[in-house]
Write a protein that binds this ligand. Structure first.
Ligand SMILES: Cc1ncc(COP(=O)(O)O)c(C=O)c1O
Length: 322
C-alpha cells in the first residue's frame, strides 16, 4: 500500500457520497483507435456529466463535507473545470461558491462557472495568480479555501476513477493520466498501486507546462516562469510539495508531449471515437503517438477527462490540413 496522504477506505466511502451522475462512467475498448496507435486502447469517459469533466467527483466530496459542518461558503481558484464542478455541487447544497480564474481561461469555462450560479472573479494573470487571490479572499472573508490537489477530498474524489478501473477492466498494462496539479494522478495512482500494483501509472503533461513533470524527475519542486500550451486544464507553474511527495510514490513515469501531438490526439478522438475533447483530455493519446514502440502490443487505459473546449479553437485544431 503506497504511503501517500490518501486512504483506500475513505476512497471507498467517497463512492457513497458522490452523486451517481459522476460515477461508474463508461469504460470501453475503442478498437477504431487501435490501428492508429498500435496498441489496445480503453477509454474511461469522464465527460458525459453536467460539468463535462472528472472534477465533479472531488467537488461532491468537498461540498458535502462542508455542508455537514454547517459552513455555507467556499472559494477556489480554478483553471475552469473545478469551478464549474464546485458550482454544481455547491448549488445543490445551498453553498455560496466563489471562483477565481484567469481572464485568459476559455470563455466557455468562465460562462459555465457563472451559469452554475457561482460568483466569478477574474484576475489579470494566470492560474497561479488566481490561486494567490483565492487564498487572499479566504483569509479576508474567513471562508473555506478549496485548494485543488492539496485538499485531500479533491484527490480522493478523483481516486474513485481508480476504483472503477481496477474493478472493471480484467487486466490492463498501463494507465495514462493527464497531470496538472496532481489530484487525478495521485488519486488514480494511489488506487492502482494499492489494488493492481503490476499496472503502470504514467502521467502526461505538455512540454509547454512541464513544472510537475520536471519536479517528479528531479524529486524536488521545480517551478516555471510561464506556460505555453493549449492544454489550459493542466497549465500550472508551482507544484505543491505534498502532492509531489504523493506522486513520487505512485507514478512510474511522467512524460512530456508536444502541442502538435495534443492536436493530433484531439483529432483522433473525434475521427475514430466520436468524442469532442478539450486538449488536456487528449494528453494520453498524444503520449502514445509520440512513443508508439513503448506501448506496442500493450493494453492502455486513457482517462478522457474533460470536454469543455471553446468551439472556435476546436474547429481550428480539427479543421486544418484535412
Ligand atoms: C480536463 C482536465 N484534465 C486534467 C486536469 C488536471 O487534473 P489535476 O489538476 O487533478 O492534475 C484538469 C484539471 O482541472 C482538467 O480540468
Amino acid at each position: 500500500m503506497p504511503q501517500t496522504r490518501l486512504d483506500i477506505a475513505r476512497i471507498r466511502a467517497a463512492q457513497q457520497v458522490i452523486d451517481p451522475i459522476f460515477r461508474n462512467t463508461p469504460l470501453y475498448r475503442c478498437e477504431a483507435l487501435e490501428p492508429h496507435l498500435g496498441c489496445a486502447v480503453s477509454i474511461k469517459l469522464e465527460t458525459a456529466n453536467p460539468v463535462r469533466s472528472f472534477k465533479g467527483r472531488g467537488s461532491e466530496l468537498v461540498a458535502s463535507q462542508l455542508a455537514d459542518t454547517g459552513s455555507r461558503a467556499l472559494v477556489c481558484a480554478s483553471a475552469g473545470n473545478l469551478g464549474q464542478a464546485l458550482g454544481w455541487s455547491g448549488r445543490g447544497r445551498g453553498l455560496d461558491v466563489t471562483v477565481v480564474a484567469s481572464r485568459f481561461a476559455p470563455a466557455v469555462k468562465l460562462d459555465r462557472i457563472r451559469a452554475m450560479g457561482a460568483q466569478l472573479e477574474l484576475v489579470d494573470g494566470d492560474h497561479e495568480v488566481a490561486r494567490e487571490r483565492a487564498a487572499a479572499i479566504a483569509r479576508y472573508d474567513g471562508i473555506r479555501l478549496v485548494e485543488d490537489s492539496l485538499d485531500i477530498e479533491t484527490c480522493e474524489g478523483a481516486a474513485t476513477i481508480g476504483l472503477e478501473l481496477v474493478d472493471t477492466v480484467p487486466s490492463f498494462d498501463t494507465v495514462l493520466i493527464a497531470l496538472g496539479g496532481g489530484a487525478m494522478a495521485t488519486g488514480v495512482g494511489h488506487v492502482v498501486k494499492a489494488l493492481a500494483p503490476g499496472t503502470e501509472v504514467i502521467c502526461v503533461q505538455p512540454l509547454g507546462a512541464p513544472a510537475m513533470t520536471h519536479s517528479w524527475h528531479q524529486r524536488r519542486v521545480v517551478s516555471t516562469d510561464s506556460t505555453n500550451t493549449i492544454a489550459d486544464g493542466v497549465a500550472g507553474r508551482h507544484p505543491i510539495p505534498a502532492v509531489l511527495d504523493d506522486l513520487l510514490l505512485v507514478a512510474d513515469d511522467a512524460v512530456l508531449v508536444q502541442e502538435k501531438s495534443i492536436v493530433a490526439g484531439i483529432r483522433l478522438l473525434l475521427d475514430h471515437a466520436g468524442l469532442v475533447v478539450e486538449p488536456s483530455a487528449a494528453l494520453g493519446i498524444a503520449a502514445i503517438l509520440e512513443d508508439p514502440d513503448r506501448f506496442a502490443g500493450r493494453h492502455i487505459v486513457t482517462i478522457v477527462c474533460g470536454s469543455n473546449v471553446d468551439m472556435d479553437a476546436y474547429h481550428r485544431w480539427v479543421g486544418t490540413s484535412r
